[in-house]
Design a protein around this ligand. Structure first.
Ligand SMILES: Nc1ncnc2c1ncn2[C@@H]1O[C@H](COP(=O)(O)OP(=O)(O)OP(=O)(O)O)[C@@H](O)[C@H]1O
Length: 607
């Protein structure tokens, strides 16, 4: 529930931000030719629309009332010719606006994707995936809509109002002045309505996501709900939210229903003014019949764009809110960046030194405190200890996913911040605790870190990792799809594929965060074998949960409260009879109990 409450839809943007609006418009700058194209065509369409009404007046006044057949024919030909031109223009502006929208959407998504790849892990731990996905999908759609259909509607509406007024002034300027007074009134009414309608819909959407969240929590947590007898309280909470949603929806429906009749009443007032004025002056032939007819058409012609402008105005506000969220993403500065003059040392095979490293995540409480460690080239370091002790944090720092708050990490005698991020991260092979595979086949996943690897190399890496046995059992073998995030495979299988991926990439430093969830003994032995191949001749850091896997490590560090509590080889630490000895004997005892009595409960797989 907390995530739903914290990251529910942001509030409706009521403030018009010119700066953001200009930045949105700037998105069209690289595609200015398309913008000019569709704006010109839409203007022509609108001018032609107004001119058709004028031609209608001419047909009545000159052709019909004046009984001038040849003039009537000329008008018909003109009408027909212009209709063809207008149809072409309509095709063009829809086509051009569609293309422009796609281009802007493409630019936005590409920029976001590119920037997301640069952002540091700290950004991802603070920002829910759902939030980022909404920026990439619905927000970029809304901004693209604004710069295309928003611009189309605005231009069309402004042009229609202007051309209608121009023709009205041509026909009868005094009457046009009366209508002119009504325009701002209508604009004001329309904007007020639109704002309120959108606000209500926004509330409905926010409440709707709460309702979805509530359903989700109650369904997934049904056992807890039942076991604690929370049904009636939950129903009361749920009824409260749905009641709120009912009120907001009711208000939205009521306002929507009221809006159109109001616009119609204002239009009717304008039309009555024409009828009243012309009625009083008809005898003095202030206006022809065609003129009156054209005037009334222009009024309707003008009223709809006015209410359309109000809709676009309200949508612009929504799009500005969307754009601000997108810009907040693309403006987020990665916490870890290459320093000026950062360089690539060519290899990362030197000794590694943690020199008085302290570190805290965003909340400020120190996770590592004055941590120092020298690791010789080719050494295997195992990190063990209670959960939350700081093991993963140490390897995160080594991979430079985060940087020390104080102190430094040196590789080959040089502060690793002097190296480029790419130089470090491309040379460290990491197998994560929850290994991630990408949608695609097994072979594609193994090849992920070295795209030019041959099929033979892929298969040989899988054999070395001990993954080939289970892979070849699949109907499509190496071409078997792994499903989204590798969800068609078990954790153990995913780790073996990740190991094969790391073996193929031939990194210079190897980092492995062992899976905490239990894998069967056979898979465990295979993972162990794969790890040994990786560790051979490489500086390696193994975060170990099953202590059996690290007996051969050169040094084992027991990490507790962000500091080294014990250090030594497996034999040394066992002999010492301290924390490692306790951890080891406890885990060994659990495994033995489980082996003799599998129903005795889960063995302590985490330490
Ligand atoms: N992204 C993060 N933001 C804030 N705090 C974090 C973050 N990651 C870890 N921590 C905190 O840092 C501390 C050390 O976590 P770390 O993951 O390094 O422990 P660990 O020893 O690897 O634990 P485990 O054995 O459970 O994997 C914990 O208190 C944890 O809550």
């Amino acid at each position: 529930m907390s995530e739903i409450e914290t990251f529910e839809e942001e509030d409706f943007q009521t403030r018009f931000s010119g700066k953001t609006f200009r930045r949105i418009l700037a998105l069209t700058a690289p595609h200015w030719k398309w913008v000019v194209g569709f704006l010109t065509t839409i203007m022509l369409v609108s001018v032609l629309d107004a001119f058709f009404t004028y031609l209608g007046k001419q047909i009545i006044d000159v052709g019909i009332a004046g009984k001038d057949i040849s003039a009537l024919l000329r008008i018909f030909y003109l009408y027909g010719g212009l209709t063809i031109i207008q149809s072409v223009m309509v095709f063009l502006f829809i086509y051009l606006a569609g293309i422009l929208g796609e281009r802007v959407r493409y630019d936005l998504r590409r920029n976001m994707f590119n920037h997301l790849q640069d952002l540091s892990l700290s950004y991802y731990s603070k920002t829910p995936v759902g939030w980022i996905m909404s920026r990439v999908t619905s927000d970029s759609d809304r901004v693209a809509e604004l710069v295309t259909w928003g611009l189309v509607d605005t231009t069309w509406a402004v042009m229609n109002i202007t051309t209608s007024l121009v023709f009205m002034f041509i026909i009868q300027w005094q009457l046009a002045l009366i209508v002119l007074v009504l325009v701002p009134i209508l604009v004001y009414i329309a904007i007020q309505f639109r704002k309120r309608i959108l606000h209500s819909y926004r509330t409905v959407r926010k409440l709707n996501s709460k309702i979805t969240g509530s359903f989700n929590e109650n369904i997934t947590g049904v056992r807890v709900v039942k076991s604690l007898g929370r049904e009636s309280e939950n129903l009361a909470e749920f009824s409260h939210i749905t009641g709120e949603m009912y009120k907001a929806s009711y208000r939205a429906a009521w306002l929507s229903a009221l809006f159109l009749p109001t616009v119609q009443i204002v239009s009717a007032i304008a039309i009555s003014a024409v009828v009243w004025y012309t009625g009083g002056n008809f005898t003095s032939s202030a206006m022809t019949i065609g003129g009156i007819q054209a005037f009334i058409t222009y009024i309707t012609f003008m009223m709809w764009p006015v209410q359309d402008l109000a809709r676009v105005y309200a949508e612009i506000q929504l799009s500005i809110a969307s754009a601000e969220r997108i810009f907040s993403l693309v403006d987020a500065i990665p916490e870890i960046l290459d320093r000026e003059n950062a360089f690539d040392p060519g290899k990362l095979t030197g000794d590694i030194q943690f020199d008085h490293v302290s570190f805290s995540y965003d909340d400020g409480s120190p996770v590592l405190k004055d941590f120092s460690l020298s690791v010789k080239r080719g050494e295997t370091i195992a990190l063990v200890g209670p959960t939350g002790g700081g093991k993963t944090t140490i390897v995160n720092l080594l991979c430079r996913f985060y940087e020390p708050t104080s102190g430094s990490i040196k590789i080959g005698g040089c502060d690793y911040r002097d190296y480029s991020l790419y130089a470090i991260q491309s040379r460290i092979g990491v197998v994560l605790q929850t290994p991630h595979l990408f949608s695609g086949t097994i072979a594609e996943n193994i090849r992920y870190g070295r795209l030019n690897a041959t099929r033979d190399e892929v298969e040989s890496a899988a054999r070395m990792a001990g993954a080939a046995d289970f892979i070849t059992k699949f109907p499509r073998g190496f071409d078997e799809p792994v499903g989204e995030g590798g969800n068609m495979l078990s954790v153990g299988q995913k780790q073996l594929i990740s190991l094969a991926r790391a073996i193929l990439a031939q990194p210079e430093i190897f980092v492995m965060d062992e899976a905490t969830s239990s894998v069967d003994t056979l898979t465990e032995a295979q993972i162990q074998k794969g790890m040994e191949i990786m560790m051979n001749g490489r500086t390696s850091f193994i975060v170990a949960h099953r202590l059996s896997t690290i007996k051969k490590a050169d040094r084992i560090l027991v990490i507790e409260n962000g500091a080294i509590a014990e250090i030594g080889t497996h034999a040394e630490l066992l002999k010492k009879g301290g924390k490692y000895h306790n951890l080891y004997t406890r885990q060994f005892r659990n495994q033995m109990t489980e082996a003799y009595n599998p129903l005795s409960g889960q063995a302590a797989t985490s330490n």
